[in-house]
Structure formats: C-alpha cells, structure tokens
Design a protein around this ligand. Structure first.
Ligand code: ATP
Ligand code: MG
Length: 361
C-alpha cells in the first residue's frame, strides 16, 4: 500500500520524537511491503520564526491532501517572549487550534494504559492498580472554552477578561456517538463527565448524551461530575472504560490519567473527524526543558503512529506489531529516564529507544 503522510515535527522535543516514530514506520513499511511518502511542514514556534504565523494555509492544504498527519509538539517561546505575552492568534498553540478546526477534527482519543512493567513508575499504590488500568478519554476538541468568544477590556480602570463556553446539540451528539462506538469495541461502559450542577452547557451535554445512549443499549452510561472524576481517577481508576467529556475537562483529566500510566511520555492520541484523515500526536507538549538532550521518551509518539496506522490507514496488523514491539522492549527492561526505576536494566536515550522498538518490528 502507498500512503501520503504529513509530518509536523514542530518545536522543542518534537523533531527528536517524530524522528524516532519515522524510524519505526520505515521498519513497518519494509517488513510489510508498504510505501510511506512523507512531506514535512512547519507549525508552531518554528513556523512563526519562518513565516510570522504559527501555521500557513499552504501547510493546511498539504495536510488535507494527505492520508494522515503525524505531529510531534508545538509550544515554547516566541522570540524572546513567552506565549502569554503574545496575541492569541500568534501563539505557537494557535497552530494546533487552527489545524484541528481546518481539518474538522472534533474528537480527541487518548488511551491511557498501564503496562505491567511500569507499575513501579506509577505514583499510585500498587493495590490501587492491581486490577490494571486501561481506559480511553474521548475529548471534544473544537468547541467549548478554547474556541469560545474571548475578550480583554478595561472596565472602571481595571482590566477584565472573559472566555465563553458554548456547545450546540450537534457538536455534543457527534462526539457522544464516537464515544459509544469506541465503548462498544471495549468494555461497553461510557462515563460522561460534566459539571451539570453548575453549568448550562453541561446540562445540555447530559441531555444529548442520554439521547444518543438510547441507540447503544449494549453500552452502560454513567454521568459523573468533573471534580468527582478527578478524585475517582486516583482512588479507583480501574472503574473507567471510556470517559466522554468536553474540551477543557478532557485536557485536564487526560494529563491526570497520563500520570497513572507512569509518564506523560507514554500517552498517544488521535484526533479524528468525519473522514479517514486524522492527526496523531503524543499527549504531552514540547517539553522545552529537555529539548535537544536525547532524553525525551519517544513511545507516546511511536504509539500515536500505531494509532495512525489503525484509524487512518486501516493497517491493524502493522499497528499491533508496533504495540507489541513497545511491550517487548519494556519487558526487556529498557527505559527512558522518565519511566526508569531502580529495577531498570538500562536507561536509554531517545534514539536508542527508537532503535530498540524498530528492531523488534
Ligand atoms: P508545552 O508548553 O509545549 O505544553 P510544557 O512546558 O507544558 O510544554 P510538557 O511538554 O507539557 O511541557 O511537559 C511537562 C513535563 O513533562 C516537562 O517537565 C517535560 O520535560 C516532561 N515531558 C513531557 N513530554 C515528555 C517526554 N516525551 N519524555 C519525557 N518527559 C516529558
Ligand atoms: Mg503542557
């Protein structure tokens, strides 16, 4: 099979981790007889440096013409300024918001899975995770606070800022359908997370999700308030299968869930819309503190590449080969520094972790 893949290395550790994912993909292509054609584009701080904007329309067109997009991370500084001193549409992260919107990627899937080998890296007591931890967060990605109207103005001589959280029925319905479809292929349980005791948008969310659930009688639906969910995740994480939630709650809860897996460096993600074209990226950011030091864990990006094979390219066998190679390398005791413990056989750098996984395909 011949596929067109757009690569967006991005900023910080992005280029390093995407490089390792490509190494693994090339091994897959070799082994299974596929041709992956890559086109690289700029997004984030590197695009601001080159073109003055975090993402050009030409770059978006390249993404639209491909079968899938693999992204490292965007973030970091804008020249000598930190992002918060810069206008919202010129921040590196604005590139990410633009690409999600332009490609219509409204569903963000974030699997969180605790490998047996990483139980030592999990901050929870072992008795809490003894039954395992294997869930997926389905986060709405193109609505809510991050896309609402915002304004900063001076009122009575004082600065005042406003963000708004809006959802319509259709936006809620399409993400709910994604969550129920995924749950159907898993443990058949959806936990819909909201703040319905306070927010109108959450009450609408609850109503629409309940309507959608009528088409999925084989899937159990449970509603949970977001503050309770944050607590349940560390008290009894094994209860969850699919968490369905809005944009900001999903952002926060997925970082929390990621820590249970041992490191944010383990968590992959997929962003999907109505077509096969998807965007795949690790759940973590550009980690400027460790960029260029060969320390970053490339596994989240490599597992994101596996999700890409599965969801956009229908290459399930190949995706499984990557997941098995990751498990094998972990079981052999190799760790990047973020997941190392005193039982680690060898702490390896970004490039060696990529080499080991590729060698096990
Ligand atoms: P951004 O602004 O791009 O989100 P950030 O400063 O919030 O960047 P994150 O990327 O979110 O940083 O990372 C938070 C912490 O986790 C950092 O200390 C970072 O070094 C660490 N981290 C993130 N990704 C990885 C990884 N792949 N491997 C190892 N450590 C990581
Ligand atoms: Mg971050």
């Amino acid at each position: 099979m011949e596929c067109k893949i757009t690569l967006i290395p991005g900023d910080g550790i992005g280029p390093e981790i995407v490089g390792e994912a490509v190494k693994v993909l090339n091994k897959v292509a070799d082994k299974f007889g596929h041709t992956f054609n890559y086109t690289k584009i700029l997004m984030g701080g590197c695009s601001i440096d080159e073109y003055g904007v975090p993402l050009t329309d030409e770059a978006v067109d390249i993404c639209k013409a491909s079968d899938a997009v693999l992204l490292g991370a965007v973030g970091g500084n804008v020249g000598n300024s930190r992002w918060y001193d810069v206008a919202p549409n010129l921040r590196p992260e604005a590139g990410l918001l633009k690409i999600r919107k332009d490609l219509g990627l409204f569903a963000n899937l974030r699997p969180a899975y605790l490998y047996n080998e990483l139980k030592k890296a999990c901050p929870l007591k072992e008795e809490i995770t003894k039954d395992g931890f294997d869930m997926i967060i389905v986060r709405e990605l193109t609505g809510g606070l991050y896309f609402g109207e915002r304004e900063t103005k001076t009122v009575n001589g004082m600065l005042e800022a406003r963000d708004t959280l809006t959802y319509n029925e259709e936006e809620i319905r399409r993400i709910a359908i994604k969550a129920f479809e995924i749950a159907r292929k898993r443990k058949k349980k959806v936990t819909s997370v909201d703040k319905a005791n306070v927010l109108d948008s959450s009450r609408l969310w609850r109503k629409v999700v309940a309507e959608v659930s009528k088409d999925y009688e084989d899937v159990a639906l449970e509603n949970m308030l977001v503050d309770n969910c944050a607590m349940q995740l560390v008290m009894n994480p094994g209860q969850f299968d699919v968490i369905l939630t809005e944009n900001m709650f999903g952002d926060i809860l997925s970082d929390e869930a990621s820590m249970i897996t041992g490191s944010i460096g383990m968590l992959s993600s997929a962003s999907l819309g109505k077509t096969k074209l998807g965007l795949y990226e690790p759940s973590h950011g550009s980690a400027p503190d460790i960029a260029g030091q060969n320390k970053a864990n490339p596994i989240a990006t490599i597992l994101s590449a596996a999700m890409m094979l599965k969801f956009s390219l229908d290459l399930d066998k190949e995706a499984n080969a990557i997941e098995e190679a990751v498990a094998k390398v972990l079981s052999e005791g190799y760790r990047t520094v973020d997941i190392a413990s005193n039982e680690t056989k060898e702490v390896v750098g970004t490039d060696k972790m990529g080499d080991l996984i590729a060698a096990n395909i």
